[in-house]
Write a protein that binds this ligand. Structure first.
Ligand SMILES: Cc1ncc(COP(=O)(O)O)c(C=O)c1O
Length: 370
């Protein structure tokens, strides 16, 4: 099996912990256990038995996750190690070599790369900047063929932070239904919508949908490594069979804490914090863009912990990012990792002071060198 380098993750793995100001993350600044849990809950965690537990996830956690969706039972949910594992299990169990998969890009690109390695034929449909990073349904119609099995979309989107209005979600579902296609949505940013209006889940809109999600982004707990899949029972069972090969089970402590944070009141409290951090930082970014309009522009994100910023300087995005890292100890993500040079992805979930520093160094660098 030949995997193309997952450059987006590789560049972060190499450098994100070596800089003073890491602005390459796409989530919200994580909680500590002390900030997240009450003293009593911390005591309870100490009593968690460190066994394997249920390999598809503790029944009470699966039920709590099922409750986040319309009329779902615990058997329509599997718990995974991050949404990253959920995405891998989805590809392993839903697709096979020779199938065609339509990927709406730009996108996190994990599914894109893994599917290619399995011999699945990947077709791309772009989100267009000039329409606020929306897909064009005619372009979608042009790429499907009788061999197309699934459309996959990241919603809300990494890296643009765009969301689809409800009528566009319905149009996409109607398209999938008309052509009898599976729809997969990676919804790990759902809940971080800056206006506080959470998008519906695609799995509540379409019977042939399977979604992946988790606690790493909107919920600001990537270190728990908890994700999940929700979909039809038989498909979820298949993903469980794949999980026997990948990780067997998620961690017992993580599952225990996950079941606290997915309860509606706690989840709502966490999302208020996420949106507060993101909105403050978007305001900062917006005024910085106003002051640097000759060099930078951006369709401000509607959700998620990142902004996809276009720049006009004559420098390759990877080169720019390495220069900022080496000279200023700031880490951003180059648009190159999405095949989109002239963009940089800037994390907006980090503490405000990091964003301020990042933006300051970026504009100083740009104005003094170009
Ligand atoms: C869209 C998307 N899906 C999945 C992941 C993987 O996240 P995790 O495994 O931490 O849930 C990421 C990480 O950046 C992401 O952006």
């Amino acid at each position: 099996m030949e995997l193309v380098e997952f450059t987006l993750e590789r560049i972060q793995s190499l450098y994100e912990n070596t800089v003073d100001h890491n602005l390459s993350d796409s989530g919200v600044h994580p909680y500590t256990m002390r900030e997240l849990l009450t003293q009593q809950q911390i005591e309870e965690v100490l009593n968690v038995e460190l066994g394997y537990g249920w390999t598809n996830g503790a029944p009470e956690l699966r039920q709590s996750v099922a409750n986040l969706y319309d009329n779902r039972s615990a058997d329509e949910v599997i718990i995974t190690n991050g949404s990253a594992e959920a995405n891998i299990l989805m590809v392993m169990s839903m697709l096979e070599a020779g199938d065609e998969l339509v990927v709406v890009v730009p996108n996190y690109l994990q599914i894109w790369g893994f599917a290619k390695a399995l011999g699945i034929i990947v077709r791309e449909v772009p989100l267009r900047e000039d329409t606020g990073w929306q897909p064009d349904m005619d372009e979608l119609a042009n790429v499907i063929s009788p061999r197309t099995k699934m459309i996959t979309i990241c919603h809300p989107n990494n890296p643009t932070g765009s969301t689809l209005p409800r009528d566009s979600m319905d149009t996409l579902v109607a398209f999938a239904r008309k052509h009898d296609l599976w729809l997969h949505a990676d919804e790990v940013y759902k809940g971080s919508e800056l206006d506080g209006v959470e998008s519906p889940s695609f799995v509540d809109l379409y019977e042939k949908c399977i979604i992946t999600s988790g606690l790493s982004k909107a919920i600001a707990l990537p270190g728990l490594r908890i994700g999940w899949l929700v979909g039809p029972k038989d498909k979820i069972y298949k993903t469980w069979q794949s999980k026997d090969y990948t990780s067997i089970t998620a961690g017992a402590v993580s599952e225990y804490i996950a079941n606290i944070v997915v309860q509606p009141t706690k989840r709502a409290e966490i999302l208020v914090r996420s949106r507060r951090i993101l909105n403050e930082n978007v305001a900062l970014l917006s005024s910085w863009l106003d002051n640097n309009a000759n060099l930078f522009s951006c369709i401000l994100p509607k959700a998620g912990g990142m902004a996809f910023v276009r720049y006009s300087m004559d420098i390759n995005s990877t080169e720019l990012v390495h220069k900022l890292r080496e000279d200023r100890s700031i880490m951003l993500l180059p648009g190159d990792v999405y095949g989109m040079d002239q963009f940089i992805r800037l994390g907006i979930g980090a503490p405000k002071s990091h964003i301020e520093q990042g933006l300051k160094h970026l504009s100083e660098y740009a104005t003094s060198n170009f």
